[in-house]
Design a protein around this ligand. Sequence first.
Ligand code: MLT
Length: 401
Amino acid sequence: MSLINENFLELQESYLFSTIAKKVAKFTEENPNKKIIKLGIGDVTRPIVPACLEAMHKAVEEIGTKEGFKGYGPEQGYEFLRKAIVENDYKSKNINIDMDEVFVSDGAKCDCGNIGDIFAQNNTVAITDPVYPVYLDTNIMSGRKIIYLPVTQENNFIPELPKEKVDMIYLCFPNNPTGTVLTKQELKKWVDYAKKNKSVILYDSAYEAFITKKDIPHSIYEIEGANEVAIEFKSYSKTAGFTGIRCAYVVIPKALKGYTKEGKEISLNQLWNRRTCTKFNGSSYIVQRAAEATYSKEGKKQINENINYYLENAKIIKQGLEQAGFNCYGGVNSPYIWLKVPEAMTSWEFFDELLQKANVVGTPGSGFGKYGEGYFRLTAFGTRENTIEAIERIKNTYNVT
Ligand code: MLT
């Protein structure tokens, strides 16, 4: 008899974005003539940037030759990409990260979930609420004790330090779903807490490219000493159009230690390297060449255009919703707009109403956690035309023109 991992029975029946996709599919089936605009899951709509496309074409040609053919690549990622990451994402900000502290992967979602492999199941994990469901669900799957840190209007969507001692802390800034950011001083508090408590911060900075305000850290390693307490996740998905291409990376500094039950220090970098070599064969050569091209002069320019395009969408959404009388947060240093749903409505009721009346899809706040109830998330990753139309429809639905 093969026993199951019963922790799975503690999960919601379906992953948030799968539930939404099912609801939308049903609505479409019942209303085939309605044009639905999807501002739900944060999936980009602008095609992969030309510099990356060109690099991929070149790589495809290359592997078709006897000399250029590539078999298994290094599990940690090709040196050319790791070098480009270190130089462009860190050295340029005066942050010292070595190439062997960078692990290239097939997505930050997978990394944020898989990282749990190297941590004990009886660790206590702190998670903000509302939160990107991957952190929560993967830790439920592992059976870890979870401490929720509410982020609400009352605390300006900035989590407070846990009252008790926790071993692992997930932070995501610019935040998904609320769109808020932390200043250096605020982030430093977390680094200090982690140092004091020997905890590890799992820092998801997938949206750092959307930061517009000065003095907001783009990397947790901008905080002194963070390399002793933090793992950082980065992604190419939302910048260069890689949601379908799949490429990301995780940084695990060598100074970062975990502990055995006896209190012996163990390098988390070594554990992750061991795990990676065992379970992963690396992201494909073609994709890694594309990721490398994000750091070329052209690539950087094209990505910048993408970011500005999506930030302009965010502005259109935020302004339009405010005109329609909604209270909105985020959308300035982030592609996500977090809005308060009308009084006396739940997030899912608002989701249904918006789908039925405006044919616009968003994400109900309660899908991100208990404290997300009463809120709703819209993404700026749609096309400009759809974004404008969606906002017009929402204004019309709520009687504002
Ligand atoms: C989201 O909508 O929260 C993100 O697109 C999900 C993801 O990046 O996996």
